[in-house]
Design a protein around this ligand. Structure first.
Ligand SMILES: Cc1cc2nc3c(=O)[nH]c(=O)nc-3n(C[C@H](O)[C@H](O)[C@H](O)COP(=O)(O)OP(=O)(O)OC[C@H]3O[C@@H](n4cnc5c(N)ncnc54)[C@H](O)[C@@H]3O)c2cc1C
Length: 224
């Protein structure tokens, strides 16, 4: 019988339902346990990015995606870019080890030394190498964030995206800018820049964020 796994259920392509097969739904397994001294979180297979709020009281977080409802395992197995990627890499870079049920029913723990091929495959392979029941992820000290959204009309896309590329070449790792296209209320496309400053120095953060509102004539920016 075809088997599929549903973690957060937040997949672009809706890959988790199994047509005529069996879908294993992990939404009941959302526990996150935080070790603030080792800066490691134990994340259950169905936990979402929002469940990592358990690390927040310690000023800690990990590399997640842009939406709280995304499954941490699904995100990590697919790579996982997000607002902290510039500083801490992809979610897969922060995976330390995982407990996995393989297709033959055996349970293994994998990391860079135990079952290293499986560990390599899990980090970006997309999820068909087994069912991750639990994983350990690295946490980082990020007590504050500055984030927002700058919107430009589509007509300025060329200048804005070329300018963004120049800005990023000169920016410190603490600045990550996610960008893309969103519909405006009248349906016309807009370019969005979603910057996040994760550094401790807020003055440096304001300096790093300022050029992003000056790449053209924004329709909306944090200061407008
Ligand atoms: C609106 C939206 C915004 C997004 N934003 C981002 C973003 O900012 N950054 C980013 O990197 N991605 C983003 N994504 C993509 C998302 O990270 C991937 O689609 C991811 O696979 C979703 O994981 P899930 O567990 O929520 O989804 P599910 O549909 O539950 O799972 C998707 C697949 O992941 C595998 N999987 C999930 N959990 C497990 C597990 N415990 N063990 C084994 N396999 C598992 C399975 O193969 C499953 O079919 C976004 C998607 C959407 C819809």
């Amino acid at each position: 019988m075809p088997l599929s796994v549903r973690g957060g259920g937040h997949d672009w392509a809706g890959r988790s339902p199994s047509d005529g097969g069996l879908t294993i739904i992990l939404s009941g397994m959302r526990r996150v346990t935080v070790d603030p001294v080792a800066r490691v979180a134990e994340v259950s297979g169905g936990a979402t990015a929002a469940d990592l709020a358990a690390a927040e009281p310690f000023g800690l977080t990990t590399a997640t995606g842009s939406a709280g409802s995304v499954g941490m395992a699904g995100l990590t197995l697919g790579g996982g870019y997000g607002p902290l990627s510039g500083r801490f890499g992809l979610a897969l870079d922060n995976l330390l080890s995982a407990d996995v049920v393989l297709a033959n029913g055996s349970v293994v723990t994998t990391d860079s030394e135990r079952e290293p091929d499986l560990f390599w495959a899990l980090r970006g392979g997309g999820g068909n190498f087994g069912l991750v029941t639990s994983m350990r992820v690295r946490l980082h000290h990020v007590p504050t964030l500055h984030s927002g959204m700058v919107l430009y009309p589509w007509e300025q896309a060329d200048t804005v995206l070329a300018g963004l590329s120049d800005v990023l070449l000169e920016s410190p790792d603490e600045l990550t800018v996610q960008s893309g296209v969103l519909p405006s209320p009248d349906g016309s496309p807009m370019v969005f820049l979603s910057p996040t400053w994760s550094g401790d120095d807020t003055t440096a953060g304001e300096r790093a964020l300022a050029p992003l509102s000056a790449l053209g004539a924004p329709r909306a920016s944090p200061s407008s």
